[in-house]
Every structure is written in C-alpha cells, then in structure tokens.
Design a protein around this ligand. Structure first.
Ligand SMILES: *Cc1c(COP(=O)(O)O)cnc(C)c1O
Length: 421
C-alpha cells in the first residue's frame, strides 16, 4: 500500500497534488511519501515483534539524508555498503550502534573510518577481508565485532543481476567452508565473532528461497555453537520483493516473512537483524516526468519524456517494469493509445516501456512512474550532461525539496583544467 492516489481527478502524494510540485520544482523529479516510508518500516518492525530485533534499512536503495532521518527517527538501523554511506548515516543522526557495515570489497580506509567512528558490526565476505580487518583493528587498539556472510547456495529465483546467494555469485563464503573460516576468525585477536550473516538476493517474490537459506543458517548456528563460537546475532539480509505491477504480482508481505522468521529461527534465542531496502522505499517514491513530444514512427508512436535512463536506469539495466500513469486522472472509459515510452538520451536502451497502453498524451502532459523510490535516484547519473534531478519529500500537506537540481555551472565547475590548457 502507498499514499499516491487520485483525488478530485489529480494524482496526489499524500495531501499534495503532484501538479503543484511540478509547477514549483520543474520536471523531472522524484517524490517520496513520508507516510509510506513509515508504514513500510513499521510493518517490518511489527512483523518481528516478540523477537529481539533490529530493522536496518539497506540505504543503497535510497540514501537521501531526509529519508534516512525519517527512518532513523523511528529507530531504524542502517545497512551501509561503503564509507560514503557510513558517513551519510552518521550525518543523518543514526547512532553508531545501529549501523551494520556490509559489502564485498571494504577497503582499509573504510574499515579504519568505521572502527574510529563506531559500528554495530562488520559483515565479512572473505578470508582476506577477515585478516585485513583484524590488522586494522589491532593497529587502532580496538576489537571489531563481526559476522561472516555465508553463501547458502540457494536459488533466489530473481533476475540474474540481483541474485546473490548461489555459489557462482561473488558474495560471502561458501557455507561448506564456514566452520573453517570461523575457526580462523576465532584466532584473530582484533575480531569478536558476534553472529552469522546471509543475503540471497533482491526482489524475491516467494518465501521459499528464504526458508531454504534460513534452515541452513539454523543448522550452521548449532554447528558453530558446538564448535565453541558465541553466535548471538543473525543478520538475515534483505531482498523481499515489491509488486511493480498492480495487477498480477503478489509478493509475500512483511507479516508473512516475519512469521516465517519466527518459525524457522525463533528458537535459537538470537538477536535478529534484517536489511530491507526495496520494500521500504520502492513504493514510497514516484518519478514524475513530462511529455516533450509525441512522435509518430513508421509503425508505432513514441512518447518522448524529459526523464531518461540516466534518471531511472532500472528498465535499461534489469529489464524492469514500472507502471506509468497520467497525473490527471482519465475519465472512466477514456480510450487508450499505445506507446513506446522513451527518454531523450542517445541510446536505444533509453526505453522505459514498449507497447504500453496509456491515455492519449500531448506535449506538456505529466506522467508518473510508480515504484521508483528504490534504486532510482541513487543509481542516477549525469550522462548527456543532464543534471541530477531533484528529490522532494511530502509529509501530509507539506512538501520540501530534499535535493536540489544542480545548475549547469555547478556541473561544469566540477571539472578542472590541467596547467597545460
Ligand atoms: C542490497 C542489499 C540489501 C537490500 O536488498 P533489498 O532487495 O533492497 O531489500 C540488503 N543487504 C545487503 C547485503 C544488500 O547487498
């Protein structure tokens, strides 16, 4: 459920008409709903009621300071995957003991930074990383709390680019080697083993792969405990999918997921961490764009928008579907046209949808891409020297720009000329 509905014939974000934002901010822009963000966080938090738990927002999905602060104020932790994300989380006021540091390639300086600043735990993904973190921790006279990410070799049944839990993926250590690697870790004086971590992929639309992974995790918990390790925390990763089309997909709800977690892992007495990103932010954001041209091709009509693949790369990168809806509600029974919906960038990949049914559009009409709140703004670029687009946050009847559109001067002045020019 989200808070983007038609009201009096106009698409609203909570109590604000999208048109009003477009007039003030200009298109294209991203807009997020505070109420939806809060609702999704609370769904997860409440689904784990009764377990000692922490919901860490996977902030790579949406990392604007205002979004982090909104969630942080509710008690959310953050799952960070870079030194930059660590600093963003801290800048948004998230306490160090709620920050989990994930990622397959943490550098020495990132480890140094997080150890100095304080962190809940590092999720370690390889043996060399274990040794490097130990070295950095010892050099600072600290002990680094760690989990080791195990790769359970289960098929997440999702898009290949976002599956992470098969043995062919670069993530984690093979579960078959876990005892050996935990034994090595236990020898390292700079490390304190606190638990186990797993994350099998993103946009999962069934619970079954999670169940398979968590059963292996429960088994491993017992084995590692019998080896003498103090396993007291299980990080279950993120990955629960969202409906990108309103018609035919119905991924499991956080409530179902939480019940499953309790059933599979509740008896172990561990503190549970989860790292949802997409399910918290995805349906909490729209990308709003306007029609530049309607162009008639040989055998099709093109709707050329002012948003492009540099603003929202998911269709080009993952063949992702986004529902695209008019900002003015069409009267019931209005005839629909069929469009290839594209952006202005000089690549054929800059296509948002092919053969899409939408009420007939004209120059200047506004459309909204639904489910654009996760992996949208954060993956955007300035390809074709198209300025990063603004982000707007709505809260009830208020809205605020939470990232302004840079000027062309800002962009050009980021470059510098060498002496010889
Ligand atoms: C990307 C990622 C997540 C979040 O995945 P979602 O599908 O957005 O929930 C959680 N944990 C780790 C380690 C990740 O890499």
């Amino acid at each position: 459920m989200d808070h983007f509905l038609y009201r009096d014939g106009l698409l609203h974000a909570e109590d604000v008409a999208i048109q009003d934002i477009a007039e003030q901010v200009g298109t294209p822009f991203y807009v997020y709903s505070t109420a939806t963000l809060i609702r999704h966080f609370k769904l997860f938090d409440e689904a784990l009621d009764g377990l000692d738990h922490l919901v860490c927002f996977a902030m790579k999905a949406a990392s604007n300071q205002a979004i982090l602060k909104t969630l942080g104020n509710l008690g959310a932790g953050m799952d960070v995957v870079s030194g930059g994300e660590y600093l963003r989380a801290r800048a948004a006021g998230v306490p160090r003991e709620r920050i989990v540091f994930s990622g397959v390639g943490k550098t020495r300086s990132e480890m140094h930074q997080a150890l100095q600043g304080g962190v809940r735990q590092f999720n370690i993904e390889s043996e060399p990383e274990l040794h490097l973190l130990n070295e950095v921790a010892l050099s600072l006279g600290r002990t680094a709390p760690i989990t080791i990410r195990v790769n359970p070799d289960v098929d997440a049944k999702t898009h290949a680019k976002i599956a992470t839990g098969k043995s062919e993926n670069k993530f984690g250590i093979p579960i078959s080697r876990a005892r050996d690697v935990y034994a090595q870790a236990a020898q390292l004086k700079g490390l304190d083993i606190v638990g186990i971590d797993v994350h099998i992929g993103s946009q999962l639309t069934e619970l079954e792969p999670f169940v398979a992974a968590y059963r292996k995790l429960a088994e491993l918990t017992k084995t590692l405990r019998s080896d003498g390790h103090n396993i007291r925390r299980l990080d279950l990763g993120g990955g629960l999918g969202i409906p990108y089309t309103r018609s035919n997909e119905a991924p499991p709800l956080p409530t179902d997921y939480g019940a499953m977690v309790k059933r599979e892992l509740g008896h172990l007495g561990c503190e549970i961490e989860i790292e949802p990103g997409r399910l918290i932010a995805g349906n909490a954001g729209l990308l709003v764009s306007s029609v530049i041209y309607v162009k008639s091709g040989e055998d099709r009509e093109f709707l050329i928008l002012d948003a492009a693949m540099n603003d929202l790369v998911r269709p080009a990168m993952y063949d992702a579907h986004h529902d695209i809806v008019p900002v003015i509600e069409p009267a019931a029974g209005t005839e629909q046209a069929v469009y290839d919906i594209v952006g202005p960038v000089c690549e054929s990949g800059d296509t948002f949808a092919k053969g899409r049914h939408l009420v007939a559009q004209q120059q200047g009409d506004l459309v909204a891409f639904r489910s654009a709140g996760a992996y949208g703004a954060v993956m955007s670029s300035e390809y074709n020297t198209r300025p990063l687009i603004p982000e707007v946050l709505v809260n009830g009847d208020q809205f605020a720009v939470i990232r302004a559109r840079p000027s062309y001067d800002d962009i050009i002045n980021r470059d510098s000329l060498p002496d010889w020019l």
